[in-house]
Design a protein around this ligand. Structure first.
Ligand code: C5P
Length: 226
């Protein structure tokens, strides 16, 4: 389906307590990022991968991608100080792509089927993201912890950063972005007034952020036979 996957992987790993970054931490005996790359490469939609990482990780991640013998070409480029800057750096590398799919390196539990579903939705609607309906009741609080209000749960989704776009739309959205402290690419589009549509995903697709996430991810991967 002609998508270039941009994989932001330039985080500092602070919340994981992994100063060297978390994406090479072992999961079921393999570096975490390898599960992400294998799923992307075996989807029907992705025909190229651009990994965006820290300067010092460019070579190790290139070697990892090479060792996986993926069916699609992989390039590795340097990221920025924020996730949005890293995505923009990937977008600048993917100059010939008509369609892009941004997928966080730290979401290693994705399946090729989910990737294809969000890609198909983007092809019909221009921009789409995968998420799940929120199970908890969410509170908005001030800095003292005082509850300010309770949004209607039936309208709330937890977005998972697997988001697919027509490249011209995402480029237009980034060209209007002034504050790069946004945590996903839908928000970049929202600020530019570009509609993004949600596709229902799976609760298994957690983002690996803190050490307890590694235990949960390993449980899911073992269930899948790893
Ligand atoms: O910080 P957070 O866990 O939300 O980051 C989500 C993803 O964005 C991770 O895969 C991380 O490596 C990536 N990231 C990045 N560049 C940054 C910060 C985060 O590529 N400057």
């Amino acid at each position: 389906m002609g998508f270039t996957a941009i994989v932001p992987a330039a985080g500092s790993g602070t919340r994981m307590g992994a100063p060297g970054g978390k994406l090479l931490l072992p999961l079921c005996g393999q570096p975490l990022l390898s599960f992400t790359l294998l799923s992307l490469a075996s989807s029907q939609s992705v025909d190229k991968i651009v990994i965006v990482t820290r300067e010092e990780d460019i070579l190790p991640l290139f070697d990892l991608a090479k060792s996986l013998e993926l069916d699609v070409p992989v390039t590795v480029v340097r990221g920025g100080a924020t996730r949005a800057e890293s995505v923009l750096s990937g977008l600048n590398e993917a100059t010939d792509a008509d369609w892009v799919l941004v997928h966080d390196g730290a979401r290693c539990l994705i399946t090729p089927e989910e990737i294809d579903r969000v890609a198909a939705a983007a092809k019909t609607r221009g921009a789409a993201a995968i998420g799940v309906r929120v199970k908890d009741t969410i509170k908005v609080c001030d800095s003292s912890g005082k509850i300010l209000n309770t949004p209607d749960r039936s309208t709330l989704w937890a977005v998972q950063t697997r988001q697919a776009f027509s490249s011209p739309l995402l480029r237009e959205a980034f060209s209007k972005l002034t504050d790069f402290n946004v945590t996903d690419d839908c928000a970049v589009c929202e600020r530019a007034g570009i509609p993004v549509y949600m596709v229902e995903g799976s609760y298994e697709n957690i983002k690996i952020t803190t050490p307890d996430d590694l235990l949960v991810a390993e449980g899911f991967l073992k269930q899948r036979g790893f």
